[in-house]
Design a protein around this ligand. Structure first.
Ligand SMILES: *Cc1c(COP(=O)(O)O)cnc(C)c1O
Length: 439
């Protein structure tokens, strides 16, 4: 479908009427396919995942040395998986969620180094680029701790990295970029929080501020990087490298589930709820999970009602040829990590047969979930991350997804629900308190 006027789009895709009115929406993906079939057309494979996993393992000794908080996991940046039974009761009692099986929280909010899911994709892409340069210039033999030397930092100081960000991607790329020694510039959209910019400046990162949205910040970064031959642009809208960095999460999760005696098989499905911005993080994780669990995992994305870019792209099939402004939405949301108006076409095309559905959530509910999690479990996560809870609350409305996956009766009761908490541990205390004041 090409971009038509909005009335034509609504006539063809009726749910767009709901989306344009900024109403909470539950969309079930008619293009979702059994994995055996979907797999045939994917641009990436399990061996790409192996490659990413091995690269992170090679860098682990460097990371352990440079970021001592990762030493207990030997330089592997990974987050805890916890059961949140009290939160499950709150969701069932106050939000009519009807969750019967176990409810787990994947705490990427507490990932080392940069405190969000971006510590997967963003850091992985910086390391991949670093390895490529080092090999090209004969700098690297076996020992990756070489990157923690003055000589290495001096070498990488000749090179620049640019990235456009709503905040968290900038934190990840900026922190790791500075650790390697790159001249790093983060192009921050209007949504980015002040404390994230200050933290980066304190690390010697150049922060450029824009009064425009995420897509414009990305455009500017891409342009500046193109002018400088020593410069590399981390392209969140098109990067398969970022995507694979996120996807590695699935392998790690598989081990954690086994350690917790959570079975994932034909009679015990896993249902995963992922907050979505431009699509890379939830898309990469979905790709990885499908590789590991096939049809036994069901993935649902969640977006703010004012910034449902992936939903628009998928539902209309237009991907990046449509943006939220085209249907009269602002793109502005308190969920700064999800404040993206135009989705990634690369991600949309890759996951369009894998993701089961997308739901949207109003901003004020994010704060309600934030406080509920804090009160019931003493866990703080940022508003963007709280979007995932809304997926768990709305799952019982996805009737077609439930029916197609045989999720009635016993099988639904045996399902495990997993909320992917994508950020929060680095949020300063005063910001946390402000989030907790009832608005
Ligand atoms: C970036 C981000 C997301 C979404 O990731 P995308 O790759 O933009 O879809 C979700 N939650 C938080 C906290 C984020 O920072």
């Amino acid at each position: 479908m090409r971009l038509m006027n909005i009335e034509e789009i609504v006539a063809k895709v009726p749910i767009v009427e709901n989306i344009r009115e900024a109403k909470e929406t539950v969309w079930e993906n008619p293009k979702a396919r059994p994995f055996a079939e979907a797999k045939e057309t994917l641009p990436l494979t399990a061996s790409d995942l192996d490659d990413a996993e091995e690269r992170l393992a090679r860098f682990a000794p460097f990371i352990a040395k440079k970021f001592p908080e990762t030493a207990p996991l030997h330089g592997i940046i990974e987050s805890p998986l916890v059961e949140i039974d009290r939160m499950k009761s709150v969701l069932n009692q106050n939000y009519d969620a009807g969750i019967v099986g176990r409810l787990l929280l994947k705490q990427d909010s507490h990932l080392a180094v940069s405190g969000s899911v971006k510590a997967r994709g963003g850091i992985y892409e910086v390391l991949k680029h670093t390895e490529d340069l080092a090999l090209e210039h004969g700098l690297l033999h076996d020992d990756y701790t070489v990157f923690d030397s003055d000589a290495s930092r001096a070498f990488f100081g000749k090179y620049a990295i640019h990235v456009g960000s709503t905040g968290n991607l900038g934190l990840s790329i900026g922190i790791m970029g500075a650790a390697i020694g790159y001249r790093t510039t983060v192009h921050m959209s209007v949504d980015a929080r002040e404390w994230k910019k200050n933290l980066l400046r304190a690390k010697g990162v150049t922060v450029k501020e824009y009064t425009s949205d995420y897509s414009a910040a990305v455009r500017e970064g891409r342009k500046l990087a193109a002018e400088d031959p020593f410069s590399y642009f981390v392209d969140d809208e098109n990067s398969s490298t970022l995507f694979l960095g996120y996807a590695v999460a699935a392998r790690r999760l598989k081990k954690q589930l086994a350690e917790k005696n959570v079975a994932v098989d034909a009679s015990h499905p896993l249902i995963v709820y992922l907050p979505c911005g431009v699509g890379g993080a939830p898309g990469g994780i979905t790709f990885g999970l499908k590789q590991e669990f096939g049809d036994n995992v069901i993935c649902v994305f969640v977006e703010p009602v004012q910034a449902p870019c992936m939903l628009l792209g998928l539902a209309t099939g237009l991907h990046d040829a449509i943006c939220v402004r085209d249907v009269g939405l602002t793109g502005r949301t308190e969920a700064d990590g999800l404040a993206v108006g135009r989705p990634s076409k690369f991600v949309g095309k890759t996951i369009e047969t894998l993701v089961s559905g997308v739901v949207t959530v109003e901003d004020e509910k994010l704060y309600a979930y934030l406080r509920a999690l804090l009160d019931s479990e003493r866990i703080f996560i940022e508003p963007s991350a709280c979007a995932a809870f809304h997926g768990a609350v709305k799952m019982h409305k996805m009737r077609r997804v439930l029916a197609q996956n045989g999720l009635d009766g016993e099988r639904l009761r045996s399902a495990c629900h997993l909320v992917w908490a994508t950020g929060g541990s680095m949020v300063p205390e005063d910001e946390r308190e402000a989030y907790c004041v009832v608005k």
